[in-house]
Design a protein around this ligand. Sequence first.
Ligand code: Q9C
Ligand code: ZN
Length: 393
Amino acid sequence: MPVRTGEDRFDGGPIGRRRFSSDLLLHGGPERYGARVACVFLEHPASLEHDTAAYRGQDVVMHPEHARRIVAIERELSARDWLGFERLQAPAVDRSVLGAVHPEPYVASIERLCASGGGYLDMDTVVSERSFEAALHSAGGAVRMVELLLDGEASAAFSSHRPPGHHALPSQAMGFCLFNNIAVAARYALDARHLERVMILDWDVHHGNGTNQIFHASKQVLFVSIHQSPLFPGTGAADDVGEGEGIGFTVNLPVPAGSGDEVWVSLVEHVVVPLAGAFEPQLVLISAGYDAHRDDPLADCSVTDEGFAAMAHAVAGACEGLAAPVGGVLEGGYALASLGRSVAATLQAFSRPTGDPGSASAPKTGVAPIAREARDRLAQWWPQLGQRNARPG
Ligand code: Q9C
Ligand code: ZN
């Protein structure tokens, strides 16, 4: 993979929020798409070496979370000239940064299992010899992305790695996830970079139980998850709203099987975006899974490529209004062609947050009943979402 290291691109240190590296602009960044923003795509070849296939005698049993997912994404982006994104190679995560979420004995246990040739961590979650290396770069990509966003080197970015992360608990792998990449990155933003408010939107079709648990008692992280219910992992009921001083800062938005763009985009436009306006995050991270796609084999929602584009546009537009950088971290998504197209739609929205020149970023959907119910429910903590303040739609 012809990628450059981060080190040889970004050596100038912090140059201020919402300012952009002249180096990136000089080298033909996305300003030719109309927006004066630098956008970065993080990748690492180790993502291709995390082998999840099971070998049963002569037969190879395919696992849905396989390396061709990354290939499919990069093939689609390559065909679109990377949509003006700068490609950077992700470093391995710093062990002490990882340690802020995952205790060292857990990290060491994953390292040992991989070194011994690999094995199963649960029925779904399997590692090979190179999986530990892949996982270090998957977390490292999310952390490097946050560094670039907070240093003003990029206003939007996407970390495209595997294994995914949002099901991982501090000391337990699950649901194809080893380390909770987005939680490690958010923790880094709070602890090392002293941010006070980070918003995480999880639009993977499965509930992000790991992230939900890690920030359950925190009011510094507003965690919002839209997920099919009932479905794996079974958590994420609407009445799980956080605990202690974190009450109201966990927002679960379960949707029934069959939900499509109407429901998903309406929830983003009429619940997630107003929540962002009320919380005023300094950084927005998206657990960007694409398994709510209508073509996905693991779930039963029917979001289209256009639906993912609309969700990304709504979030990116809100971030622009709040002067908050936005970063996507790849989670699930198992229909290869649809995954590639939907990631491309996300990147396109990130690079042009207000859409084509001249077009407004007004909501594209009305307030679906499920979004109305969520607003009513959330108004006790977020009065801006109450009836009195509802826009007609
Ligand atoms: N054992 C992600 O999308 N399926 N993970 C469990 C019953 C697990 C999905 C089926 C699905 C995990 C990152
Ligand atoms: Zn998923």
